[in-house]
Ligand binder design. Structure first.
Ligand SMILES: [Zn+2]
Length: 319
């Protein structure tokens, strides 16, 4: 039906489609790049769309900037993915060990979210659970929970590189901890058994991905994004989003970053103290989540600012 309107013709500049049947919502955008496979069951492309609050266009759900009008979506809360791997480790483990693994996985993720050095995790584990040894396999995909895309790898790589590592061994150790070692078989609920591809340790640059110069203005960056995004597939959009985030981070002042680093000393101890108070008060996970949602509007303490998490601790102490 749309094919006729979309045919190219010398003086034709655009084509207006009126969608009364919510077909874009159901089937996705018609100008979206799709992979067509000759296999009997080709993978279905993601067709999730959202509406732009500014111009009401139906656009790919992953887009950070509306390609139609340039509206920038707020970074917002990332959807908490279900932990895809834990149950697979859990086959031979007792409930107590599973609980410990859940805890240490969330600690690893928290360090990434809050841009803290990842290395004190093993010390934290042995302080808390001196009777068990932390098996590194338990930390596989603790941060990205099943997302092994290039965008996820680049995001983790720039987190690791932000600590100015002296050794590439350190970087590849943490990359393989998160994204797996090649030639090893991993199991997950959704993928079954699989071997991950080798990790890529080459850091990409946001300006190369967006095909602009590294001194581009916000307007130039936004317009480059809007040109590239409409024909990108979901994984490419994730990569563009990462590039855009990197651009945004590059515009933040240095003093701001130093302030953050100064604030986070002994962070693990603050979290451990909160855990102690939660245990003392007998709060269930649901009760804590409910409190965080009501008081701060977030689902998890990973999303609290430094100030908020200190006030949460003060609140617990006072109970
Ligand atoms: Zn728009």
């Amino acid at each position: 039906m749309c094919g006729r309107g979309l045919r190219l013709s010398p003086d034709k500049e655009d084509c207006l489609l009126l969608d009364f049947g919510e077909n874009f919502k159901r089937l996705g955008r018609i100008d979206k790049k799709r992979s067509i496979s000759l296999c009997p069951s080709p993978p279905r492309p993601s067709i999730d769309t959202k509406e732009c609050p500014e111009c009401h266009a139906q656009i790919n759900v992953f887009l950070r900037i509306c390609p139609e009008c340039g509206y920038v979506f707020p970074p917002g809360e990332k959807e908490e993915l279900e932990d895809d791997f834990l149950p697979e480790f859990g086959e031979l483990l007792d409930d107590e060990t599973k609980e410990k693994i859940t805890y240490i996985r969330s600690q690893r993720k928290m360090r990434f979210t809050r841009k803290l050095v990842p290395d004190d995790l093993w010390a934290l584990w042995s302080r808390r659970y001196s009777d068990t040894i932390l098996c590194n396999d338990w930390l596989y995909q603790a941060v990205f929970r099943g997302d092994t895309s290039i965008a996820a790898q680049q995001q983790f790589l720039s987190y690791l590189n932000s600590f100015n590592p002296q050794s590439s061994k350190w970087v590849s150790f943490h990359m393989e901890l998160e994204f797996g070692q090649p030639n090893r078989v991993y199991k997950s609920k959704s993928k079954g058994r699989y071997s991950p591809p080798p990790v890529n340790l080459n850091q990409m640059n946001w300006w190369e991905l967006l095909q602009v110069s590294n001194s581009a203005t916000p307007e130039e960056v936004k317009s480059a994004y809007s040109q590239l995004a409409p024909t990108a597939d979901d994984n490419e959009i994730k990569l563009l989003n990462w590039a855009y985030e990197e651009f945004e981070n590059s515009t933040k002042t240095k003093s701001n970053k130093e302030y953050v680093l100064a604030e986070v000393i002994d962070w693990g101890d603050v979290i451990a103290e909160i855990d102690l108070h939660l245990a003392r008060l007998g709060w269930s996970v649901d009760r804590a989540k409910d409190y965080l949602m009501r008081t701060y509007g977030v689902k998890s303490r990973l999303y609290l600012t430094d100030r908020q998490i200190m006030s949460f601790l003060d609140y617990l102490k006072a109970q």
